[in-house]
Write a protein of this length. Structure first.
Length: 322
């Protein structure tokens, strides 16, 4: 597919949006990829990645090998994701602690609009399709109720977390960050990113070594998970597209519970910095929220999130050109 520089710039911006979503527990970068019109190409491109590319490189040259894996597309998109995660990790962490209602309201509106967008892609309805939506909605809802457990400080466990989280990150409606939260590795992942930035800026080699080790372990697990799962998902889209869309819609419906802005904290713990953080909570109505529910501002941010999807959908409508 022939693309211009401006097309790759748009892809990078979509990657930035995906990275921002992936940082927040409850929101999936896969959702952003889907509603912006690049999801199937992303899954197909990842599926094409294999060691065979080196054989093509040797036999037919670098350009042919690069084009065979849709390299420019992947580079532009993952550059955006990396830029977003590295630059927004501290911002998102600050918002989660200081303005959680407004942040979750924005993402609630975003995901709500995404459900409508993905749902309307299902063109053939049947008992099987409806059952798939119901079952996956219930499954996704109960996942959001799961209580995080502590992460053992082991290399194997970090590999496992990377493997599971990346599967969720590319699946619309299932948040990789939330899966990390359930596994007890979310704080480790966020701290790893922030420690990497701090180590590079201050020249702290010890901090850099620890951050790079954790990042490497999570990354290796993610690469394995990405490759394994993309093949299955690519097959599903090619052979059972409407059923797959129904499953994704159900996962997103169930995930709304996790990103409902108003929560009652049921259980807390002290994190590594001595700060009390929520471990388990439940969704409540704004009128029984013990503090200022910021209802009007929250509704505005929901509308902004909803409108953001309309904009991304508009960009996605150009996917045959971009």
């Amino acid at each position: 597919m022939l693309r211009r520089f401006s097309d790759y710039l748009i892809l990078t911006l979509k990657g930035i949006a995906m990275g921002a979503a992936d940082v927040v527990p409850g929101v999936s970068g896969g959702t952003i990829a889907f509603i912006s019109g690049i999801y199937e190409e992303l899954i197909s491109s990842i599926d094409n990645l294999s060691l065979n590319v080196f054989k093509v490189w040797k036999r037919e040259g670098f350009i042919t090998a690069w084009n065979s894996i849709n390299g420019s597309f992947l580079l532009a998109l993952f550059s955006g994701i990396a830029i977003s995660i590295l630059s927004l990790a501290k911002v998102i962490k600050w918002l989660l602690h200081n303005e959680p209602i407004l942040l979750w309201s924005f993402f609630f509106g975003l995901v709500l609009a995404s459900i409508l967008y993905i749902g309307k892609q299902v063109k053939t309805w049947s008992v099987k399709i409806i059952a798939a939506i119901v079952v996956t909605s219930i499954l996704s809802y109960y996942i959001t109720l799961a209580e995080p457990f502590a992460s053992p400080d082991s290399s194997i466990y970090l590999l496992f977390c990377g493997f599971i989280a990346i599967i969720a990150m590319i699946l619309p409606g299932v948040s990789g960050a939330f899966i990390l939260l359930i596994l007890g590795a979310y704080e480790t992942a966020i701290n790893t990113i922030n420690n990497l930035i701090e180590a590079v800026s201050t020249g702290n080699l010890e901090l850099l070594k620890d951050a790079c080790l954790n990042l490497l372990l999570l990354g290796i697990g993610a690469i394995i998970g990405l490759k394994v799962f993309s093949k299955a998902l690519n097959w599903m889209f090619k052979h059972h597209k409407h059923l797959t869309l129904a499953i994704l819609t159900g996962f997103m419906i169930g995930s709304l519970n996790k990103i409902w802005p108003w929560k009652e904290v049921l259980k807390t713990r002290i994190n590594s910095k001595g700060i009390e953080v929520s471990v388990l909570d439940k969704s409540i109505l704004p009128n029984v929220y013990p503090e200022d529910p910021k209802l009007m501002l929250a509704l505005i941010f929901m509308v902004v999130g909803f409108a953001t999807i309309l904009i991304l959908e508009s960009l996605g409508s150009k996917k045959n050109e971009v």
